[in-house]
Design a protein around this ligand. Sequence first.
Ligand code: PMP
Length: 365
Amino acid sequence: MSERVWNFSAGPATMPLPVLEQARDELVALPGVGASVLEISHRSRAFEAIVDETEANLRDLLEIPPTHRVLFLQGGASLQFAMVPMNLLGDRAAQYVVTGSWSKKAVAEARHFGAADVVWDGAGDDYTSVPDLGGLSFDDSAAYVHVTSNETIGGVEFPAGFEGHVRGRAPLVCDASSDFLSRPLELSRFGAIYAGAQKNAGPAGLTIVVLDEALAARAADGIATILEYRTLIEHRSLYNTPPTFAVYVLMLVTRWLRDEIGGLDKMAERNEEKAALLYDAIDASDGFYRGHARPEARSRMNVTWRLPDEGLEETFVDQARAEGLVELKGHRSVGGIRASIYNAMPVEGVRALRTFMDGFAARHA
Ligand code: PMP
């Protein structure tokens, strides 16, 4: 197959086509370098320029304050589930808001290193909602408060500006893996955010961490050098060999966001528009499609819903695939349908899915 399909994979996920094309065109020889980005030293001038530009672009797009450092790491968001408590817990307790499978994993991991309290847990309503963060009381002396801005499996997301509602003095730490760069964030309100690149930002193998340097400075001693934020800051992500190709692709993605999309406000508008197309189809289906998330917690990135029975869900996925709409099966732990519509999914792809949904409902309702 050489035609591109509409790929609704939850991650690794569809990439901006111009980014893929440029990476292809430059794969054998980077302009001005004469060697592939795959072949050059991570300590070369050429790669340094790539790291510098990528960081500068991220700083511009996200308006990252000078207090915060940007790290390009490996190990996925899953390693951050461990590095955050290893570095930041000390002898205090952390507080976790649990909105789905990923936050659950984050708490479980933190408990290997110390105390992690669950302040709010959405298990009672099957993880269909997010709390009003302004209504929760966090302990000022907590090591940190941890939230997951978007739950990739359940498809629930905190609304834009949620960081402004968190009260108290404990630093806010956020797993932003599946909505990173999808809308502006007020970074000065976060002690740290982290995200695996493979949804909105680039290839798998790269994890972006943005953290307040003051927070990193207070990290515990005695943990492995490579897992200390301090070390990684000191070496500007070059303590050991970083995932060089993935950083290069992230650079191209940040250029695309700036030059073709026009920044994160514009990206957020597009993402709202795309998500509305699918939620409208769900709401207009007279109960044929049942959305998982409550309306106020609906994710703009991962739209999840059910059909009247599993047989129909299978037929839906199969018929969609035959029309070039792929990777719509829900996560194996929850079933149903999931359409991941990250930044790089064009509105045309979402329209094609919408048309398919309307037709399928008309044929089977
Ligand atoms: N957190 C969230 C919200 C995720 O979606 C994922 C990956 N699907 C992870 C953490 C784990 O990320 P990784 O596979 O990069 O370790």
